[in-house]
Design a protein around this ligand. Structure first.
Ligand code: MG
Length: 385
């Protein structure tokens, strides 16, 4: 097996129209691992890109504060778990939960891509093989932050998104209800009832409440009035670190309560299961520790009767990594899919190809080696920071 010959970290940036908006796909850091034979694997992290690049390329300072590249050079990429363990230890001073784990996530995904290509096999087979017959994406429908628009204008944008997502073949979608003070809780109930009517009874509907509440009883009041909407998941109801509040809400609400979209590692996800008592964990492959760690998180969740529906709001690299994770994992009913046809993001649209077909809500299991995508060299040069 060809050994690791080089590790690059490339920062890519598209123009940002409004820094108050919530588009995490306007920037990325792509980790490119080269082997001795010239085969490459790619991954990305959903974190401030220049900082992750520094963590990858920095010099070694001491045993617990080493550069990621330095740890990896000359190693056998096939030993993915050993590399994961060594990188965790070598970055533990500053890593453990945050940016160090985000960097490790990009590396781990790139290793799966590289080894898959070396073996001529899709990356999900490195996770143990097919855990399901097809991939089930949900489309994120995001009208943007309100700005000075009315709720009528935002609902009109959402309605257009729902309609387009159905045309594109999605059968599950998530309404991003980042309405803030524009609506009362009672008016929010009306907006979600209207959304259910628009998508029809046969579409799976998730709602992202955008961390609307600090009061779990207010969240419960709202969810109780939405029981006839048959929501699959209530995401980002309470503040992210309010695990006690999540536990109280999850014990009383009929709807599945999600959380942990910003969580890193199985250790943090365990807290969400044990203290947060959520029904659904939503960590991101490219923040939580890569495919290696996501597989562990899914096993942990399975022991507790908890589902995993990964967050994913980045480029086509993250979308591909999430597909391979779901392909191998039974307790992952959906993956977030930021469709380039539904959300205008230059990096999401241009950085990698091909984009898989969605037919009647499903994507076929991947067949191409590694992640099954290729970087567009022109796009890399266009957006290189
Ligand atoms: Mg979200």
């Amino acid at each position: 097996m060809a050994l690791i010959a080089d590790v690059e970290a490339i920062v890519l940036r598209a123009p940002v129209s409004d820094p108050n908006d919530l588009d995490s796909s306007s920037e990325t850091v792509v980790v490119v691992i080269h082997d001795e034979d010239g085969t490459v694997g790619i991954g990305e992290a959903d974190a401030p890109a220049p900082v992750v690049r520094e963590l990858v390329l920095m010099d070694d300072r001491h045993a617990w504060s080493r550069g990621v590249r330095s740890v990896m050079l000359g190693r056998d990429p096939f030993e993915i778990e050993a590399l994961h363990r060594d990188l965790y230890q070598a970055t533990i001073y500053h890593g453990r939960r945050g940016l160090g784990i985000h960097a490790l996530s990009a590396v781990d995904v790139a290793l799966h891509d590289l080894v898959g290509k070396q073996l001529g096999r899709p990356a999900y087979q490195l996770l143990g093989g097919a855990g399901r017959e097809a991939i089930r994406p949900y489309a994120t429908i995001y009208p943007g932050v309100p700005g000075d628009r009315t709720i009528g204008e935002l609902m009109h944008e959402l309605a257009r998104g729902f309609e387009r997502a159905l045309e594109l073949g999605f059968r599950a979608m998530k309404m991003e209800a980042f309405f803030g003070d524009l609506v009362s809780d009672r008016e929010l109930v009306g907006c979600i009832q209207e959304s259910r009517r628009l998508v029809g009874e046969d579409t799976t509907l998730l709602v992202d409440f955008g961390y609307r509440w600090s009061d779990w009883r207010a969240a419960l009041w709202t969810l109780n009035r939405l029981e006839d909407c048959d929501l699959f998941l209530a995401e980002a109801t309470l503040q992210h670190d309010d695990l006690e509040g999540h536990a109280k809400l999850a014990a009383r609400a009929e709807t599945r309560i999600g959380g942990a979209e910003m969580a890193a590692t199985r250790y943090e996800c365990r807290e969400w299961i044990e203290y947060g008592r959520v029904d659904v964990l939503q960590p991101d492959v490219n923040r939580a520790g890569g495919l290696t760690e996501m597989a562990r998180i899914a096993q942990l969740a399975g022991l507790a009767g908890v589902l995993v529906v990964p967050h994913g709001w980045k480029t086509g690299i993250t979308a591909a990594a999430a597909r391979h994770f779901q392909a191998a994992t039974p307790n992952v009913p959906f993956v977030e899919h930021l469709s380039p046809d539904l959300f205008d993001s230059p990096l999401r649209r241009e950085l990698v190809s091909p984009e898989p077909a969605i037919v009647d809500g499903a994507i076929e299991l991947p067949t191409l080696p590694g992640l099954g995508i290729e970087l567009d060299a022109d796009a890399v040069e266009r957006y290189r920071a």
